[in-house]
Design a binder for this molecule. Sequence first.
Ligand code: PMV
Length: 364
Amino acid sequence: MKPKQATTLAHPNIALSKYWGKREYGHNLPAVPSLSVTLAGMTTATTVTFDPSLEKDVLILGGQETSGGPLDRVTALLDRVRKRSEVTEKARVVSANDFPTASGLASSASAFAALALAASTAAGLHLSPEEVSNLARMSSVSAARSVLGGFVELRAGWPRDEKLSAQQVAAPEHWPLRVIVAVVSEGPKTMSSTDGMAHTARTNPFFPAWVERAPGIYARIKQAVEKKDLEALGVVAEESALAMHATSIAAAPALIYWTATTLDVLAEVRRLRASGIRAYATIDAGPHVKVLCSPDDEAEVVKHLGAVPGVKRTIVARPGPGARVFAAAEERPGGDSLSGDPPSVSYATLDVESIDLETISAKQ
Ligand code: PMV
């Protein structure tokens, strides 16, 4: 029998117009619209194998078996897939990132985009990108956007929405923008975005003002993306990120994702602008700063950000593709030979940008 297995790749995305806050009527619906760019340059690789010998789902994250909250979120997604398909077996999920996990580099976005596609493919469901996006969104709102490539939007949820998928606004080739990530810390962040936004909505009396303001910010961002206007985009993207962080800073107790280095990088970005380089910052629920610039200024921006004390390294990213199947056992000639043994791919030591089918097959 062919193994019910699939390997997928997905990239994180960076929200230019931020999502922060959920609707109160369930289904994990966002309270505000968002618009992001999916980033080639950082990758998550995930293999899902439904295996009759397993008594429970197993999650191996970056080479480590993981239980508790992360496993529960993975099982919830797998249960949705099992409910829709003929599959009843438990699954082994092997996943790894080539960038810091759970630290505000949007690892949940690429993780759940890769998982939604891998689990549905391994289960033999042939879902459309919209359906994969909806499946990913139920686990992580930002993951809905990483299912698609290039510039991607997700509208706010409304009372009767049960399904909600992200939509592509423009393909990656539309605009060869650069996003330079200044990595400020390799450790996990202080509070997950799910907990952070719930805490903020519960305790910050100004939160409704953010929900009211966000759609206008999103509309200006969308227009700037369509016109490929870097200055307009950068100014509003900074506004979105700082308004979002202002909501969590004004929560009680304050939720501050930044470190002193985060502020030093923001100051460096302002200095770059004063010197005539068009560079603009955005920050997610973590301390890292992502800087938007044109390809012509990439080297100069990398040099300056890398020289800020406390910046551990920089990653250059650009608009990239959505989640995709890398290897599905059912599509592989001789796939039967894979049955029996669980996959032993060590993604932790794998350069996911250069993996090919032979590498995966050889390691299995
Ligand atoms: O969907 P989550 O739980 O990964 O939350 C994402 C929140 C931000 O990254 C801060 C903003 C966004 O729109 O991606």
